[in-house]
Design a protein around this ligand. Structure first.
Ligand SMILES: [Ca+2]
Length: 312
């Protein structure tokens, strides 16, 4: 029994790895990829999604372009757009899939309301999913689980308070956390122990064929963005593919039920994910929050999914 998922993302080299892992995972049936502005502008993330699905040789999976701007705030620019590796620069020479004519939010509504998809995995700002929930609120009851890579238990990674994916569109995140669908939240400090080590790159590169080479190129590009700080882990975190892997095998993660709300008014804390594991405010838990991962098994699941895709 495979899990039918829709992956909403902002590729992004780590998102692209998430797409490859979703396409190859033994427990997952990837049904659609939706993209929106985030790490790059919306037209670029859509094209990168289309490039990645072409590389994965999955013409059956629709890929859509989505939100160009956050719901309320101005769009944040990542500031690492000058990388000249992997999918950060435009790559006109790479083959790409045709985009689905629907907006990402429309594709989400269609896939969930028809029952084609039971799980939504997000590895970018939550704009598309929030738009879908505003357009068709009844889809919340039809989603078995939303697996969100974003937020933090402690310090943020973009501001002291906020993590990048949530900070890109806090109002959208607030809509998603208030929608009532079961959520698994993978915060940056819950996933930091799975890093892009030289060994992981070597194992990826050892996968035969173009998938291994493409995935290794994406990993190497991500490592160049690593800026070690006071509390940083040893290696650049793997990030986005972890969301797909946890969706495909929840036993990889140790979770705790919690109330998660998004700070929308704070002067210094705008975009913070406020995670209340003690349920002090009397509100019901709305998410299972990941506290830690089995790093060895996550890395093996990553290699297994890419290997399966390479041999498909
Ligand atoms: Ca992302």
């Amino acid at each position: 029994m495979t899990l039918p998922i829709l992956l909403d993302c902002d590729p992004g080299n780590d998102d692209a790895l998430g797409i490859l892992v979703a396409a190859g995972h033994a427990n997952i049936a990837l049904k659609a990829v939706t993209t929106g502005a985030g790490h790059l502008a919306g037209d670029r993330t859509a094209r990168n999604g289309a490039i990645t699905l072409a590389a994965a040789n999955r013409p059956d999976v629709p890929v859509a372009k989505g939100a160009m701007l956050p719901l309320v705030r101005e769009r944040l620019i990542a500031g690492i757009l000058d990388l000249d590796t992997a999918l950060d620069p435009e790559r006109p020479e790479l083959p790409a899939r045709e985009l689905d004519p629907r907006h990402s939010a429309e594709l989400i509504v269609d896939m969930v309301s028809s029952g084609a998809v039971s799980t939504v995995v997000t590895t970018g700002p939550l704009t598309n999913l929030a738009l879908a929930l505003r357009r068709a609120p009844d889809i919340a009851a039809k989603i078995d689980r939303v697996v969100i890579l974003g937020g933090s238990l402690g310090l943020g990674n973009k501001t002291a308070a906020a993590e990048w994916n949530i900070l890109c569109d806090p109002e959208a995140a607030s809509i998603v956390f208030g929608a009532g669908a079961p959520i698994t939240l993978i915060p940056v400090d819950g996933s930091a122990d799975v890093g892009i080590s030289p060994e992981l790159i070597a194992r990826t590169e050892a996968i035969s064929g173009p998938i291994g080479q493409f995935a290794a190129e994406l990993l190497r590009s991500l490592v160049t963005t690593f800026r070690p700080g006071v509390f940083s882990p040893a290696f650049m975190p793997l990030n986005d593919p972890i969301a797909t892997l946890v969706a495909g095998d929840p036993s990889l993660a140790r979770t705790v039920p919690a109330r998660v709300d998004i700070e929308l008014a704070g002067k210094h804390t705008y975009g913070r994910s406020v995670v209340d594991v003690a349920l002090r405010n009397g509100l019901p838990a709305n998410a299972d929050v990941v506290l830690g991962l089995d790093a060895t098994r996550v890395e093996q699941a990553f290699i297994d999914a890419l290997t399966r895709l390479a041999h498909s």
